[in-house]
Design a protein around this ligand. Sequence first.
Ligand code: E4P
Length: 256
Amino acid sequence: MSSSLLILQVRKQAKVGGRCARYEFLHFLFYHKLKIIVMKFFIDTANLDEIKEANDLGILDGVTTNPSLMAKDGVTGTDAILKRYVDICNIVDGDVSAEVIATDFAGIVKEGENLATLHKNIVVKVPMIKDGVKALKYFSDQGIRTNCTLVFSAGQAILAAKAGATYVSPFMGRIDDISWDGTDLIDQMVEIYANYGFETEILAASIRSPLHIVKCAEIGADVVTTPLKSIMALLNHPLTDVGLEKFLADYKKGNS
Ligand code: E4P
């Protein structure tokens, strides 16, 4: 069994076993000299300034985009869109999801293969539809990395993993929008993928708040993709502001 599969199995037991089991999990990793898997942070935007700002913070592992985000940033037309992907890849040293527009197998394959030639970090984003699943399997066989998008159920997540998707994107915020709980889906996916040792990474998407990010970290999502404001909101705490103000005031008193 590979070390990553072993980690997944032990992680699953630790998850259902409560806090003590989680400590045992950490001891297990330490004893076997295994690397602890750290949650990856992606930014969900096509805006270059926001990408630069998050990247400058030093915590950015990748970028996700979609046609709506491209349109929001005024990027239209095939050439401009392809150029934007390359510009993003030149800023961030990490995976960049580029979404196909085609919805038929042949079209998805053609578009995805073209996107994959743009840069080594491009991950082809494919919608969770019948031809999309076929294309995921095709890309997986060709060694082209993929992100299966618009996932709203555990059943869809199983199909995408079976088809060999590199990432699967459950849309937390949009599930919350219809009064369901997006965290339940992430929870189910963590358990199912660990049950069978799927190496597909869970990329929690449609993040709307810093609390979503914290919840994903508690559950064990592999990646979160979030707007810049949710990443920056993680910084905030009123006691930090009050504490810093006092430290600086006390320093000033003794040093002016
Ligand atoms: C995921 O890759 C999508 O781009 C994104 O997270 C969708 O988020 P939204 O529901 O805020 O549009």
